[in-house]
Design a binder for this molecule. Structure first.
Ligand code: FE2
Length: 320
C-alpha cells in the first residue's frame, strides 16, 4: 500500500539556506504551525551538520540529551545525533520519542543530509487517530501505566555501557535512581532494569493520548524460537526487552497487536528531499523509518523537556 506523503500535508516554510535558517525569520510561522498542527517542514538548501539543533534553538533554549538510550546512535556534535542506526533492511516501528520515560522531549527534529536511493522515508503517524482507534484499551493503558523490563547481556541487544553512556556501575545506579528504576546486577556483568512510566497523557480537553513504547518492548516482537532460546539460556523474565502493564499484568499479544494495527493504519511517509528539516511535536506525531537501500544520513535533535502529562489543544485535523 502506498503511504500518503507527509510532506504534502505538513505546513511548509521555504528556507533558502543555512544563513536563512540561522536568521530565524521563520520562527513565528513555525511556532504557529506547531501550535495548530504539531508539525512544520522547513524546506530548502539546509546543509550544516548541526542545522537540526540550530533550528531547535530558535524555538527553545532547552536542547535535550537522550539519557537512557534505547537504540544505537552516534553523536555528530553538540546535541545533534544520527538517526537510529538500525541496519537498513529493518523497519523502525512508529514510536513517540522517549515515551518510555517520565520526561521526554516536546520537539523532535530531523534533517535529511543524504536521501537513500530507495526507501528510507521517515514514517509519521497521527497519535490522536491511533488513540481514538484503541477505545477501551486506551483507558487500560492510562489506568495501569507500563513497566519496561530490560536485561543487558553481552552480545544481546545494546550493552548497558551504551544504553547509559558510561563504563561505571555507579553511574548506572545514579541515573537509574533518578528515574525511579530498579537496577539489578547479574552474573557475567549483565544488568537487569525495570521501571514504570505513563501509558497515556491527556490533552487539555481531556482526551487520552497513547504515549508509551510498550509496542516496541513487548516480547511478542521476538521470533518465538529466539524467545524460547533466550528464556532457556538466561531464565524467565530476563529477555532483552519486555513490557507489561504497570501492575505487573501481562499485555496480551492481541492487545499489543491492536496497538500495532492502529499505528499501521494511520502511518504516512515523509518523502525527503536533501536539505529538508522536519520538526514534529512529539506528543502529536509518532515517527519511525522504512527500510532503505543505498546510503542515508538523517540527523536528529530534541528540545523542550516535558513531564506534565497534559498537552494543549491542537484543534486542526492534519490528516484524514
Ligand atoms: Fe525516535
Amino acid at each position: 500500500m502506498k503511504l500518503q506523503n507527509f510532506a504534502e500535508v505538513a505546513p511548509q516554510i521555504a528556507i533558502t539556506d543555512d544563513a536563512a535558517l540561522a536568521h530565524g525569520a521563520w520562527r513565528e510561522a513555525a511556532e504557529e504551525a506547531l501550535a495548530t498542527t504539531g508539525a512544520v517542514l522547513l524546506r530548502g538548501d539546509i546543509r550544516a551538520a548541526d542545522a537540526v539543533e540550530r533550528a531547535l534553538l530558535v524555538l527553545s533554549d532547552q536542547l535535550l540529551e537522550d539519557a537512557f538510550w534505547s537504540t544505537p546512535r552516534s553523536k555528530v556534535l553538540g546535541k545533534t545525533l544520527t538517526a537510529t542506526e538500525y541496519p537498513s533492511p529493518r523497519t523502525i516501528q512508529l514510536h513517540s520519542e522517549m515515551a518510555y520515560m517520565k520526561v521526554w522531549p516536546r520537539f523532535v527534529a530531523f534533517h535529511a543530509l543524504e536521501v537513500a536511493a530507495e526507501g528510507g522515508q521517515t514514517t509519521v503517524c497521527d497519535i490522536d487517530a491511533v488513540s481514538a482507534a484503541l477505545g477501551a484499551l486506551l483507558e487500560l493503558f492510562d489506568r495501569k501505566g507500563v513497566t519496561y523490563h530490560r536485561t543487558f547481556q553481552k552480545g544481546v541487544d545494546i550493552p548497558w555501557q551504551q544504553a547509559f553512556q558510561t563504563q561505571n556501575r555507579s553511574d548506572v545506579e545514579r541515573v537509574g535512581a533518578s528515574f525511579g528504576m530498579k537496577v539489578e546486577w547479574l552474573a557475567n556483568d549483565a544488568l537487569s532494569t525495570s521501571h514504570t512510566a505513563q501509558g497515556c497523557v491527556t490533552a487539555a480537553h481531556g482526551q487520552l493520548i497513547y504515549f508509551n513504547q510498550s509496542h516496541l518492548f513487548h516480547s511478542s516482537l521476538l521470533d518465538p524460537r529466539i524467545r524460547q532460546g533466550l528464556e532457556k539460556l538466561y531464565g524467565p523474565g530476563r529477555l532483552p526487552r519486555d513490557a507489561t502493564f504497570g501492575d505487573g499484568a501481562p499485555i496480551e499479544t492481541d492487545q499489543i497487536d491492536a496497538v500495532r494495527a492502529a499505528f499501521e493504519r494511520y502511518q504516512t511517509a515523509m518523502c525527503w528531499r536533501e536539505g529538508d528539516l522536519l520538526i514534529l511535536d512529539n506528543m502529536r506525531f509518532a515517527h519511525g523509518r522504512l527500510p532503505f537501500a543505498g546510503s542515508r544520513r538523517v540527523h536528529v535533535a530534541m528540545a523542550k523537556q516535558e513531564s506534565a502529562p497534559v498537552r494543549r489543544v491542537l484543534p486542526l485535523p492534519v490528516l484524514s
